[in-house]
Ligand binder design. Structure first.
Ligand SMILES: Nc1nc2c(ncn2[C@@H]2O[C@H](COP(=O)(O)OP(=O)(O)O)[C@@H](O)[C@H]2O)c(=O)[nH]1
Ligand SMILES: [Mg+2]
Length: 208
């Protein structure tokens, strides 16, 4: 069981020169603004306020690197899909994310967060295509599961799986930061990802 003993913000970056230098393995988290990404990161590391949570979405336009156990990093990618950001901000988002996905050899996986209540947006689908393109897919988190009944949740997990055309090997894990549920299953996946990476470094990720 992955036990998080320490977690600290190590770097806030808008360009690769600002990424941390030490090649620790990284697991990144992506999703629409307000999907619950900061809340989930805080739940994983059991800190109320490591990643800032906000009821005014769209503010995080940086890539935030959290160093965990001095062994790996959780990387908070900037949220997308919020209308009220400046044009300059929305134009810098794509290159910022792609620069990270394409140019970060120690990146092991990108966890895509989707709201358990809703069908994925066009941008969610595009994001997941991108994640798959770089060979970093296979783990999806359905957030805010507390907002659904058990049967609605089961129905929506199946809907998300169909919408993403996700295969049986791809995992979709429900979580609730409010009820503090789902973190253990996600931490177990993260541990497996980190161990697999240590055993056999992946091949070049953008090979055709
Ligand atoms: N009911 C419920 N609300 C949540 C949950 N996670 C986050 N929220 C709320 O959703 C809003 C956005 O959360 P935040 O973590 O800042 O989202 P981010 O923009 O993706 O980082 C906040 O008002 C949170 O309190 C959850 O599991 N359940
Ligand atoms: Mg956030």
């Amino acid at each position: 069981m992955l036990v998080i003993r320490s977690a600290a913000l190590e770097a806030v970056a808008v360009k690769p020169a600002q990424y941390p230098g030490e090649p620790l393995p990284e697991i990144a988290f992506a999703g629409r603004s307000n999907v619950g990404k900061s809340s989930l990161i805080n739940l994983l590391v059991r800190r109320r306020d490591l990643a800032r949570t906000s009821s005014s979405p769209g503010k995080t336009r940086t890539i935030n690197f959290y160093r965990v156990n001095d062994a790996f990093r959780i990387v908070d990618l900037p949220g997308y899909g919020y209308a009220k950001v400046s044009r300059a901000d929305s134009e810098s988002w794509g290159p910022m994310i792609e620069g990270y996905l394409a140019g970060r050899p120690q990146l092991r996986r990108v966890v895509l967060l989707l709201d358990a209540r809703h069908a994925p947006s066009a941008q969610d689908l595009q994001m997941y295509d991108w994640i798959r393109h770089y060979g970093l897919g296979g783990l999806i988190v359905a957030t805010k599961a507390d907002k659904l009944s058990r049967s609605e949740l089961q129905k929506n997990l199946a809907m998300l799986r169909r919408s993403l055309a996700a295969g049986a090997e791809e995992k979709i894990l429900p979580v609730s930061a409010l009820k503090k549920s789902g973190a253990d299953a996600l931490l177990a996946e993260m541990e497996a990802i980190l161990e697999a990476g240590a055993a056999a470094p992946p091949e070049a990720k953008d090979a055709e």
